[in-house]
Write a protein of this length. Structure first.
Length: 190
């Protein structure tokens, strides 16, 4: 193999990988925008958006609560498990739908260093937004969800309701004449 052909192969490989990276970078901003918009909506407390345990609540509990009130029986404090809804409700730590009777909210909002959770000795502090999200979650019924890895993926069309050709408008399809796209994909439109 000559030096020229090695250089030629390297250029094609480089072009392929740069094209692939460019494609994924072109697709990512819309996904980031949707997630940041959802996070902003949840944080603002919009009434129409229900909280998701796996997306909104579990990260707060994992970071601040599960070390002492999780699955590990050796490190569990006060014989309270917050990782299972039945145990948290049975223990009286969570009263679904009743913010005033929920013990974990009383502990989270407490100013007493002996009562506040997480304890000051752990050097973990819940932000005001995290406290409000937990309060809203309890008011919504404190529903738990299984870990995301145990939930089968739901099939959904990300482009439902949009015209078929507008979905195909992108850098990869601009080189294809519109008439060919409309003939080939007319039957695949939703």
């Amino acid at each position: 193999m000559s030096l020229y052909s090695k250089r030629y192969d390297a250029r094609w490989q480089h072009a392929f990988w740069m094209g692939l990276i460019g494609f994924f970078l072109a697709m990512m901003p819309s996904a980031w925008a949707e997630e940041s918009q959802r996070s902003a909506t949840v944080a603002s407390g919009a009434p129409g958006v229900l909280l998701s345990f796996n997306r909104d609540i579990r990260p707060i509990l994992v970071e601040n609560c599960f070390a002492c009130h999780g699955a590990d029986s050796a490190s569990r404090k006060a014989d309270l498990r917050l990782d299972r809804r039945e145990d948290a409700v049975e223990h009286g730590a969570i009263v679904p739908g009743d913010v005033d009777s929920t013990a974990i909210l009383d502990r989270i909002y407490s100013d007493d260093p002996e009562e506040v959770m997480p304890p000051p000795s752990l050097k973990k502090v819940l932000s005001a937004a995290q406290k409000e999200i937990l309060k809203r979650w309890v008011a919504e019924g404190a529903e738990y969800e299984p870990h995301w890895s145990f939930i089968p993926p739901a099939s959904r069309s990300p482009h439902a309701g949009t015209p078929c050709l507008s979905r195909l408008d992108g850098p990869a399809t601009r080189a294809i004449p519109r008439r060919l796209l409309s003939q080939r994909h007319a039957s695949q439109c939703i």
